[in-house]
Design a protein around this ligand. Structure first.
Ligand SMILES: [Ca+2]
Length: 307
């Protein structure tokens, strides 16, 4: 059986590194590269940490590219700082040199090239804003035909968003961060015919990062990857943290853990609700992950990181 081609586009949050670590364990997937979109991070440590993680996972043949797109509403500094912390974790700094290459071209140009050269359509695994995808599509509309589907962590359908009103003025709390960073790009992707399977807050709100699961990662810390995952989650445990990007990414390996539901939606790009993914009759059809077998998911990630 041929492997499923996947290009990942993450935005450098703690969860994004963990999603990358999970993707690298999937035997039936052939990762074509990793693009880092500079959203929930500072770009340089995020790119550096990503390359070091690929080294640790013995995936240094997979190229990393730095996207240079811009957002509209920056992520809080408190979240973005984590990219420096992860980049400095001892387990990622056992060698003075990084083997995984950083490609010379921008992440958006790399995305265009990878899609054009792919022998068959590619799944885009996106765990940050859709800006790099939108810019790539704008520069090279022909690549739409090479995108099999987009699996995306983003949006909030029937629950509130996660952009807190007390932190961010001028919005009503309905937006999810990956949309809010750049609602215009999300709306542009909504204009395409590409199949979108999203993992919204409606689902992730039910799958918290609990002390119990983090302790379980610790109890198998003889495995370096489980140890690293546990350290990363320990870093964010004081926040209200959920399996956002990791839950979305696990879908690639085990779609049978999930129930999908179709919705008609639109992206609100202006005003108080900018960044909202609103259910609207007659709107753009998308699939949302609606339910997940939580126990199977927790068991799966523990098993995959036991290496
Ligand atoms: Ca992310």
């Amino acid at each position: 059986m041929s492997k499923q081609l996947v290009l990942m586009d993450h935005d450098g949050g703690v969860d994004d590194y963990l999603a990358t670590m999970l993707l690298m364990t999937m035997d039936h997937i052939q990762p074509l590269g990793i693009v880092v979109t500079p959203a929930d991070c500072y770009a340089e440590p995020a790119v550096s940490a990503t390359r070091k993680i690929l080294d640790l996972m013995e995936c240094s043949h997979i190229p990393v590219a730095q996207s240079t797109v811009r957002g509209i509403n920056p992520f809080p500094r408190l979240y973005r700082r984590d990219s420096f912390v992860v980049d400095h974790l001892p387990i990622l700094n056992q060698s003075e040199t990084i083997r995984t290459s950083l490609v010379a071209q921008t992440g958006q140009d790399f995305m265009i090239q990878v899609l054009r050269e792919a022998p068959e359509p590619v799944t885009l695994m996106v765990t940050g804003p859709l800006t790099t995808v939108a810019i790539a599509l704008e520069k090279a509309p022909d690549i739409e035909a090479k995108i099999q589907k987009i699996v995306w962590m983003g949006g909030a359908l029937n629950v509130g968003g996660n952009v807190e009103k007390s932190w961010e003025p001028g919005q009503d709390g309905s937006a999810e961060w990956n949309v809010y960073w750049d609602p215009i790009s999300a709306a542009q992707v909504w204009q395409t015919q590409i199949e979108i399977i999203m993992c919204p807050l409606d689902l992730t709100n039910n799958v918290p990062v609990t002390s119990d699961i983090v302790y379980k990662m610790g109890r198998q810390r003889q495995y370096p990857i489980s140890d690293l995952a546990g350290q990363c989650y320990a870093l964010v445990i004081p926040q209200d943290y959920y399996f956002w990007d990791v839950l979305a990414t696990a879908y690639l390996a085990h779609p049978e853990f999930y129930q999908l539901r179709e919705w008609e939606t639109e992206i609100i790009t202006t005003g108080l609700s900018q960044g909202r993914t609103k259910i609207v009759s007659g709107g753009r059809k998308i699939y949302a992950m609606d339910k997940v077998d939580k126990e199977a998911f927790y068991a799966y990630i523990l098993q995959q990181w036991a290496r």
